[in-house]
Design a protein around this ligand. Structure first.
Ligand code: S3P
Length: 438
């Protein structure tokens, strides 16, 4: 990714428009990976052409799937759960935690050796969260720092089933275990923190995998070796819905700007992803949600947000996994609001592309906002609609920070400069085009 792209932004007077955000990142990754594990051909449209999802395509190609991409349309010729081949080089996951952790699960059950690595940010993120439970299911994994840091090497083997209690609400960990079990010979039951985004469960079920979802547990029954079962998972052609994590930047933009109305059509409204809408509503935002429908097991709808008088709130507990990626931009809403906002139970922020407790608080302080970090979150004193102070803000190569600062720039004076603004390539390559078009 190119470095050193500095962008200087000046607040616009008016924000109006319809913004079609790119396809969902989590669903794009899974559509390519899971279809590579199916036997047959699938066509994925509205695929997110971001650096993270392109890393997934490259890795699945290196494992033997035939994948072609024409702009946002991807065709995958899958090889089946038992058809992957040993890669002849390291698998480079770039900046993408989802690629590395889901692949670790897939590879744990494959009868060959592989090594997963990535960029400096990914190599500094914790991996014991997948290494430890995958070892408990019988896999052989190791890595730097006693298995906690990539490169992670995987010596695949037949997986045992059993029961595992998830300690963190992480969809990447949950998915890694379910994918490992898919290649095994006994059911796997997960309990504990199963309350993270559930795209893996929905997509595998849509592909015919026998997966039982209880209130407090998930059980995956691997397809047996008989002929009919070997065709499961079945290929799934789908249109990827818009990414609510990308739309959330525009939701906050419209809520804080004094003369705004923005609509984001056809975004994924899976309840495990809509915590930001709940948080903004609790803060008093003027939001309309319309036209809900289902596509490939995911609810979809249009969201309109208008200028609002926001008040501070508390974000904590079970809400956190439903808005974890949106906390940087919700912090901008909190900075603009009247009253204080407390974010708690969000220690997972420290394990993201940057330590987002430290980096968000640092940026807010530069914008003239009183904010303090805590172990598991932060405290933000709202400015009650008084303008933020334009500043030079670092993205630290973290895509969601670059975009959160761009939303702050809509209400900061006289102007805001964002260093390494190109980080948006990871999840929203057209972000700057859209910002300028507004
Ligand atoms: C993701 C899960 C989340 C999220 C990430 C995408 C996924 O991470 O932050 O952007 O697609 O499974 P965790 O599993 O670490 O919570």
């Amino acid at each position: 990714m190119p470095n050193n792209t500095h962008l200087t932004l000046t607040a616009p007077r008016r924000l109006r428009g319809v913004i079609t955000v790119p396809g969902d990142k989590s669903i794009s990754h899974r559509a390519v990976m899971f279809n590579a594990l199916a036997r047959g051909k699938a066509r994925i449209t509205n695929f997110l052409v971001g650096a993270d999802c392109l890393s997934t395509i490259q890795c699945m190609q290196a494992l033997g799937a035939t994948i072609e991409r024409n702009d946002t349309t991807v065709t995958v010729q899958g090889v089946g759960v038992r058809g992957l081949r040993e890669p002849n080089d390291l698998l480079d996951c770039g900046n993408s935690g989802t690629t590395l952790r889901l692949l670790a699960g897939i590879l744990a059950g494959q009868p060959f050796f592989s090594v997963l690595t990535g960029d400096a940010s990914l190599r500094s993120r914790p991996q014991r969260r997948i290494v430890e439970p995958l070892r408990a299911l019988g896999a052989t994994l190791d890595g730097r720092s006693d298995g906690d840091r990539a490169p992670i090497m995987v010596r695949g083997t037949a997986m045992h089933g059993g029961t595992y209690t998830l300690k963190v609400a992480s969809a990447q960990v949950k998915s890694a275990l379910l994918l490992a079990a898919l290649a095994g010979d006994a059911p796997l039951q997960l309990d504990g923190r199963i309350d993270s985004r559930d795209h893996t469960e929905r997509m595998l079920a849509a592909m015919g995998v026998d997966i039982g979802i209880g209130l407090n547990s998930i059980t995956l029954f691997p397809p047996s070796e008989d002929h009919a079962s070997r065709l499961i998972p079945a290929p799934l052609s789908l249109r990827v819905p818009g990414d609510p994590s990308s739309a959330a930047f525009w939701w906050v933009a419209a809520a804080i700007h004094p003369d705004a109305e923005l609509t984001t059509p056809a975004v994924c409204l899976n309840p495990t992803r809509t915590g930001a809408l709940d948080a903004l509503q609790a803060m008093g935002a003027d939001i309309t949600i319309r036209a809900e429908r289902m596509e490939s097991g995911e609810p979809i709808g249009d969201v309109t947000v208008r200028s609002s008088n926001l008040r501070g709130t508390t974000l904590a507990g079970e809400l956190i996994p439903r808005l974890i990626d949106e906390i940087p931009v919700l912090a901008i809403a909190a900075a603009w609001a009247t009253g204080s906002t407390h974010i708690r139970d969000a220690q997972e922020l420290r394990a993201k592309e940057t330590d987002r407790i430290t980096t968000v608080v640092e940026g807010l302080n530069a914008l003239g906002v009183q904010a303090q970090a805590a172990d598991d979150g932060m405290h933000i004193e709202g400015m009650a609609g008084a303008g933020l102070r334009g500043a030079v803000l670092a993205s630290h190569h973290d895509h969601r920070l670059a975009m959160a600062w761009a939303i702050a720039a809509l209400v900061a004076h006289p102007q805001t400069t964002i260093a390494d603004a190109d980080a948006v390539q990871v999840s929203y390559p057209t972000f700057w085009e859209t910002w300028h078009s507004l």
